[in-house]
Design a protein around this ligand. Structure first.
Ligand code: ADP
Ligand code: MG
Length: 412
């Protein structure tokens, strides 16, 4: 399962609460949002943290626990209730189910049993009316060399997804030393990845959003650390936890990777669903691409997600043809983005995404279409793609060779 449930628990008994908590913390499908030892405070906890599921122990006081579940069913109808008890008394199980429990678990709970119950809830949470699964989609963007356009594209993909009000989108700047996503979004963040990493076990949904910087497009930014001295705090382990929290809180996470392909970058690539590998059609960049692909193709958790995207198509000087580039890298090109330096630089200098800065520009349409393909709102481009686009320098002719020209946008 790639999706995550946010869970809160209440159990007055320290021993059973701790044991349940330990089991939950070991499950990658769970984000433990809150724990509580008093029935009377639990409604407020649920009200504030709004988890997907609440596990309520009946053993402290079955009457109060049942009354609590009845109250929660009325006040927080979106929160799935699970009852847990040492008892297997049929009457108690019946009462729990009648007061709103979707599942009844018995102590000591088996991991498989808990996992199966949570998986059933996950399916309810993420299945839309059309039967498609809606989890958190993570899109990572890396480049075969510096300055290839990763941040420009990552920021705009993030803003494009955030444009739809049903989406909640976070952009994580993993270019730990030199990241500049905050400049593109014209924001001065209060907190960075370091703050979230250090407090990850204390953060809930609300606090996490407060720690991120919200852009007017709706995109939340988690910026790179401020101090070089703090870089070591971001480790594969700490990143897994932060991504666990992000996956539980956002519908989409866009990750702007560094160019070092460090262990931290590789961890993000393992966790993501889509991996955009950006390249430009010049010799050093293509050479790096070949070398990178040789390594990345050996990595089981990464290989199948790679999507090669060519940026700055149409840049006149020194470009290699797309045909030659495809032969060199031995892979299909997933998408091409045209060259438009002026629009891109204005976008960055004004801190405005392309959809606001230049809504009609070809480059804006291109990035929007790439976004749709990545989030699954459009069909993949057909292989009969713009074969000669690279050799055309004028962007006005570029749309004629648009790789996804025939892509149909599916109704959501
Ligand atoms: N499609 C494009 N056309 C023209 N210029 C671009 C394009 N994409 C990016 N750029 C420019 O390339 C430079 C580097 O982009 P940036 O996103 O910072 O790259 P990276 O994050 O890979 O280092 C910036 O000046 C940006 O405006
Ligand atoms: Mg960058």
């Amino acid at each position: 399962m790639s999706n995550v449930l946010r869970v809160a628990i209440v159990d007055p008994n320290d021993q059973t609460r701790e044991s349940l908590k330990t089991t939950l913390l070991g499950m990658d499908v769970v984000w433990l949002d809150a724990e509580c030892s008093r029935y009377e405070f639990f409604s407020d906890v649920i009200d504030q943290s709004k988890p997907d599921a609440a596990i309520i122990s009946l053993d402290g006081s079955p009457e109060r626990a049942i009354a609590l579940m009845e109250r929660l069913r009325a006040t927080s109808p979106d929160c799935h209730l699970l009852a847990i008890s040492k008892s297997t008394d049929g009457q108690l199980i019946l009462k729990a189910i009648r007061s709103g429990a979707k599942e009844f678990l018995t102590h000591p709970v088996e991991v498989e049993e808990l996992y199966a119950a949570l998986e059933r809830l996950l399916q309810t949470k993420y299945s839309g009316a059309d039967g498609r699964t809606r989890g958190c989609k993570m899109i990572a963007i890396a480049g075969a060399t510096g300055g290839v356009g990763c941040t420009s594209i990552a920021v705009n993909i993030g803003c494009n997804i955030a444009k739809r009000t049903e989406n909640a989108v976070a952009l994580v700047d993993l270019d730990l030393a030199l990241g500049d996503a905050d400049v593109f979004l014209d924001s001065i963040p209060d907190y960075s990845l370091v703050d979230v990493t250090e407090n990850v076990s204390r953060l809930d949904f609300q606090l996490l959003r407060k720690s991120l910087t919200k852009h007017s497009s709706g995109l939340y930014l988690l910026p790179r650390p401020v101090q070089l001295q703090d870089l070591d705090l971001i480790t594969p382990e700490s990143l897994r936890k932060v991504f666990g929290l992000l996956r539980a809180s956002f519908s989409h996470v866009v990750i702007d990777l560094s160019k070092s392909f460090s262990q931290v970058d590789l961890t993000a690539l393992e966790l993501c669903n889509e991996f955009v590998l950006m390249v430009q059609l010049d010799l050093p960049c293509l050479r790096n691409m070949v070398r990178l692909l040789m390594s990345l193709q050996q990595m089981d958790n990464i290989r199948d997600k790679i999507k090669v995207v060519v940026n700055r198509v149409g840049l006149e000087s020194g470009q290699i043809s797309l045909k030659k580039a495809k032969e060199t890298i031995g892979r299909e090109v997933f998408f091409q983005i045209p060259n438009d330096y002026r629009t891109m630089v204005e976008m960055r200098n004004n801190g405005q995404p392309l959809i606001e800065q230049a809504p009609k520009a070809l480059i804006t349409q291109a990035v929007s279409q790439l976004t749709d393909l990545l989030v699954g709102a459009a069909e993949a481009p057909e292989s009969e793609e713009g074969k000669t686009v690279i050799d055309k320098s004028a962007t006005s002719t570029w749309l004629n060779f648009w790789p996804g020209k025939n892509a149909k946008v599916k109704a959501k």
